[in-house]
Design a protein around this ligand. Structure first.
Ligand SMILES: Nc1ncnc2c1ncn2[C@@H]1O[C@H](COP(=O)(O)OP(=O)(O)O)[C@@H](O)[C@H]1O
Ligand code: SF4
Ligand SMILES: [Mg+2]
Length: 329
């Protein structure tokens, strides 16, 4: 392999730097850095209102009109900056190199079009197949592979919620995207269906070597799906690292509280839960955004905590939980 090829192989699929999202005078997301490597599965967690969806919508260029994103979003294989790209450029990227699965499948489906035609159209637009007949055959095959044999001629309303989300996953994977973003893809579904959709997503990205950015508030899901995780609160990334490390050795007091409040740790009952609610957008305190709810807060927390830790596991907290040293014999 030449050096150039080796660099290409290492290069991140997604690189977000200094992402800040504002609406009028309110800052909703501040200074988010985030990378996803080739084939890597990265989770984004945090309570509702932390800025997870706005981060995803900024990346894929689907923010509402009055909401503005600044910073940098780069995708491997795309020569231009995604932030500020015009709609013509973004529609070329969306659905080909970059695809997204939303919480509610109907937002991604056309209610008046047969699902097979929708999948075929996605492939035709991005030239993954040539010609209508090839498109129909490829769409039927893909629907078959996502567990929906013989549904090509169905309309979305003729399918269950779980089946519709399968169609959306098929649509998202139709052009072998370099990056798939999933925003709470199973939250609206029955518990019995959730595991099957997760399995479909995992197998789909593995078969295509696609990278995955997976947004959820469900820590058990993150533990199943992701290798690395970023914890968001108040529009900021407060901690990031390998899933196993974050779950067993959280350093930021918010992460610690989040784990305590989840089913994963509650049985042990050792850690405090998070008091109070997530403030409304623009109502977070200055300095550490978590200080109005943190039982470890001191006057120092009125200033912004610097990012520290290791290259692998970083966090921004003035009074972090003690690091658990690996046990030595
Ligand atoms: N279009 C908008 N205008 C004003 N505030 C918004 C808009 N969209 C989202 N917000 C606010 O931004 C914050 C983060 O939202 P969001 O990214 O959806 O959070 P999450 O996905 O983590 O639940 C929330 O407080 C939300 O109310
Ligand atoms: S910086 Fe202070 S307020 Fe923020 S999480 Fe750490 S201890 Fe709590
Ligand atoms: Mg959301």
């Amino acid at each position: 392999m030449t050096d150039v090829l080796r660099d290409e192989a290492r290069a991140d699929v997604l690189s977000v730097q200094g992402l800040t999202v504002t609406v009028r005078d309110k800052t909703l997301v501040a200074d988010v850095d985030l990378t996803v490597g080739p084939g890597e599965r990265v989770g984004l967690i945090g309570e509702s209102g932390s800025g997870k969806s706005l981060t995803a919508l900024s990346i894929i260029g689907l923010l509402p009109e009055d909401v503005h994103a600044a910073g940098s979003v780069r995708l491997a294989g795309v020569s231009h900056e995604l932030l500020g790209a015009d709609e013509r450029q973004m529609s070329r990227v969306r659905g080909s190199s970059l695809a997204m699965v939303f919480q509610e499948p109907m937002t991604a489906l056309n209610p008046t079009m047969r699902v097979g035609d929708q999948v075929a159209e996605a492939m035709l637009i991005h030239h993954t197949v040539s010609g209508r007949r090839a498109g129909r055959v490829a769409a039927a095959e893909l629907l078959d592979r996502v567990g929906l044999p013989g549904t090509s001629r169905s309309y979305p309303h003729q399918l269950s919620g779980g089946q519709r989300q399968r169609v959306v996953v098929a649509l998202a994977l139709a052009n072998d995207p370099a990056l798939l973003i999933c925003d709470e893809p199973t939250t609206a579904l029955d518990v019995t269906v959730q595991a099957m959709i997760l399995d479909l997503i995992m197998k789909g990205v593995a078969a295509r070597s696609s990278a995955l950015l997976f947004i959820t508030h469900d820590l058990a899901v993150v533990a199943t799906v992701c290798q690395r995780v970023l914890v968001m609160y108040g529009g900021r990334v407060v901690e990031s690292g390998p899933v196993a490390e974050i779950f067993t050795n959280p350093r930021h007091r918010y992460t610690q509280g989040l784990l305590a409040a989840s089913d994963l740790e509650s049985a042990e009952g050792r850690l405090p839960t998070i008091p109070g609610n997530v403030p409304a957008a623009g109502q977070f305190p200055s300095g550490c955004v978590f200080r109005t709810r943190c039982s470890f807060a001191t006057d120092t927390c009125a200033s912004s905590p610097p990012w520290e830790g290791t290259a692998d596991h970083g966090f921004a907290c003035h009074h972090p939980a003690p690091s658990l040293e690996p046990a030595h014999a």
